[in-house]
Write a protein that binds this ligand. Structure first.
Ligand SMILES: Cc1cc2nc3c(=O)[nH]c(=O)nc-3n(C[C@H](O)[C@H](O)[C@H](O)COP(=O)(O)O)c2cc1C
Length: 264
């Protein structure tokens, strides 16, 4: 494989969950956000809120970014141009999520290149109401994900990823046979077990219903973890759809005219 400082920075990525007391300067923050902004975009459909209150995030990181899909400020531009938003909110959300995610990952890489570690927090969409209240978000701004950042007080090993053969498919999608699947699962599970990752985080997901627990931290690893997540959680999209609607986004149907900020 080729290597250079950019590739090395990316290959060194690891989520950081322990931070020193050192406070990143405003210049550091500005540099990171500016590098984030330079990500490719469909329409810059995002805004970032920053809190320096360590008590606002579970890892007591000195920086907490809340990354939002933002239609509000674009609709203000449309109104200036005397246009009315017609595109449905599912399409806008899809492009907005891509814009915001690309920008956020650029921030992660920029941060690491400056010696900062980070970790995403994925619960924001489910706490959208609360975050909206805390940060005074206007309607049509949806908190997508949060990103904590600061100087690392730990240096864990990098975490495993799927094998290339399970990720990059040339020319056409292959038939995934048993051996390939087993090999992919083994790579992930052995990799996480070697780090004692779930034991260290005490992160075993509880089994619901009458399923009997047969795993200990000696064999509980990534594939079981991820199966427990998506095999048990959020079967009904209702709660999430309600969060979207309370923020003024109508994902499953037509947006009521009044929810759009550009109509005066
Ligand atoms: C959208 C998203 C949400 C995440 N949410 C959380 C979270 O709530 N808490 C946490 O500790 N890590 C969270 N993570 C970090 C992942 O657990 C981590 O990236 C993954 O285990 C791979 O490890 P690595 O980043 O160290 O390579 C999240 C990552 C992403 C991309």
């Amino acid at each position: 494989m080729k290597n250079n400082p950019v590739i090395q920075t990316m290959l060194n990525h690891k989520s950081i969950r322990k931070y020193t007391d050192k406070v990143p300067s405003d210049e550091i923050v500005k540099t990171i956000v500016r590098a984030g902004q330079q990500a490719p975009f469909a329409s810059q459909y995002y805004s970032i809120l920053l809190s320096r209150n360590r008590d606002r995030n579970p890892y007591k990181a000195p920086l907490l970014f809340t990354i939002c899909v933002d239609s509000h400020k674009f609709e203000l531009i449309m109104a200036r141009r005397k246009w009315r938003l017609v595109t449905n909110d599912l399409t806008l959300m899809l492009f907005g999520i891509q814009d915001a995610a690309l920008m956020a990952e650029n921030m992660v890489i920029a941060g690491r290149s400056l010696g900062l570690g980070s970790c995403f927090l994925g619960s924001a969409p489910y706490r959208a109401d609360k975050i909206a209240e805390e940060y005074d978000l206007p309607k049509r701004v949806f908190p997508l994900v949060q990103l904590v950042m600061g100087y690392p007080a730990e240096d864990p090993p990098t975490r495993p990823r799927y094998l290339m053969e399970f990720t990059l498919f040339k020319d056409k999608y292959p038939k995934l046979d048993d051996d390939t699947i087993s090999e992919a699962m083994r790579e992930m599970d052995d990799g996480y077990l070697a780090q004692d990752y779930y034991r260290n985080l005490n992160a075993k997901i509880r089994l619901e219903g009458d399923r009997e627990e047969t795993f200990t931290y000696d064999d509980y690893s990534w594939t079981e973890h991820i199966c427990r997540k998506w095999g048990q959680w959020y079967p009904d999209p209702k709660n999430l759809l309600e969060q979207f609607e309370r923020r003024g986004f109508y994902i499953t149907g037509k947006r009521p005219q009044s929810s759009s900020t550009n109509i005066t």
